[in-house]
Design a protein around this ligand. Structure first.
Ligand code: OGA
Ligand code: NI
Length: 370
């Protein structure tokens, strides 16, 4: 059978069924992907199977020896500042991704956060179900696939979201008890690190150190606590479909399993976990306000037979709750020769565009171009 036969055959099996109904039935279990694994399934449900053209394309993609830059933040408040700013610029321009070490967050804070999320997912399913909702106005919510009802393919992943975007009055008592202390401690630390990174990014853009802080970049956050159960047929699905992030900046904590890949130089490059390291990436909002100087790069997570994998990206969102602020290309970064590429936008406007298309289609970035 040649490749075109393969796609034709699989197209029938993938599309000739009532997808919406199967998606709803899965959602109604409120047990997520982990519920399927616990039930002992051997073949993954078809709502998770990627379209045939994607599976075929995957066969021709190859491995690379590229490595996302690693930046040592030791000395950032001293004589290493200039050197570190140069490294941040060199990473943020072509890669949009880097890892940081010696960032000041104690290893036990990182490990306890990962452990807390693992425990949340592995506790009695009835306790988890109390958090299961798609109501975006809830600060703390658990579900499987935020885009389950409109994506082409569901991802092999469950998510606990902790967000200040719906309202700034996020009370830690709302956090699930099993991970409450760990999450409080992690959020406190990661927010402080975000401030340092926004100072470095401001300097790397040639602005004064406080610029990105003054416009509120680290103000609000969305913490996505991701749980990727082991998958019996990892070649047929993904942990997370390729996307760029809806944030100014994302700081991601991951365990040692691996699976995150960045699209660089036309290839998928694996982001190797580093003990005590954190992954940092530029989001769409920073690409816009930097007028394309920094790039928000597409990334994804592959599924694996090994797991579970836990990761915790924290999206820094700027001002959204209460008085939403509009953002656009920074005046100091534009000129007659380098005119603004994007118009000003509100995060809510960006999200309404993003949530009306499937994740890997045209990102809202293109729709905000002048
Ligand atoms: C995300 C994401 C990567 C990961 O949630 O936006 O890219 O490793 N996650 O979980
Ligand atoms: Ni992402």
């Amino acid at each position: 059978m040649d490749i075109s036969d393969a796609s034709r055959t699989t197209t029938q099996t993938v599309t000739d069924y009532d997808r919406a109904k199967e998606v709803q039935a899965f959602d109604d279990t409120k047990a997520g992907v982990k519920g399927l694994v616990d039930a002992g399934i051997v073949n993954i449900p078809r709502i998770f199977i990627r379209p045939p053209e994607e599976l075929v394309e995957e066969l021709t993609s190859h491995q690379t020896n590229f490595q996302v830059p690693v930046i040592d933040l030791d000395g950032v408040r001293g004589n290493k500042l200039e050197e570190i700013v140069d490294q941040v610029r060199a990473a943020a321009e072509p890669w949009g991704f880097f890892q940081v070490v010696n960032h000041g967050i104690p290893l036990n804070v990182l490990e306890e956060m990962i452990e807390g999320i693992r425990k949340f997912n592995e506790q009695d399913v009835e306790l988890k179900k109390e958090f299961y909702t798609r109501d975006q106005t809830r600060n703390v919510r658990f579900n499987s696939n935020f885009d389950l009802h409109y994506s082409r393919t569901a991802n092999w992943r469950d998510t606990l979201t902790i967000s200040t975007v719906a309202s700034t009055n996020l009370d830690p008592n709302e956090y699930p008890e099993v991970c409450r202390d760990a999450a409080r401690e992690y959020i406190k630390n990661v927010t402080k690190l975000a401030e340092t990174l926004f100072e470095l990014l401001s300097l790397a853009l040639g602005l004064k150190a406080e610029h990105l802080l003054e416009i509120g970049c680290p103000k609000e956050y969305i913490l996505l606590c991701q749980y990727y159960p082991p998958c019996p047929q990892p070649d047929l699905t993904l942990g997370a479909t390729g996307h760029s992030d809806p944030s100014f900046l994302t700081i991601l904590l991951q365990d040692q399993i691996g699976g995150l890949q960045v699209f660089h130089d036309n290839q998928w490059v694996g982001v190797q976990p580093i003990v005590g390291g954190l992954v940092v990436n530029i989001g769409d909002f920073l690409q816009i306000i930097s007028n394309d100087k920094f790039k928000s790069v597409k990334h994804r997570v592959v599924a694996s037979q090994v797991g579970p994998r836990v990761s915790v990206p924290c999206f820094f969102m700027g001002h959204n709750a209460e008085i939403p602020k509009s953002y656009g290309p920074i005046k100091e970064l534009t000129s007659a020769e380098n005119p603004p590429i994007y118009r000003d936008f509100l995060a809510s406007e960006y999200f309404s565009k993003r949530f009306s298309t499937v994740l890997d289609d045209n990102s809202p970035l293109h729709q905000l171009k002048l």
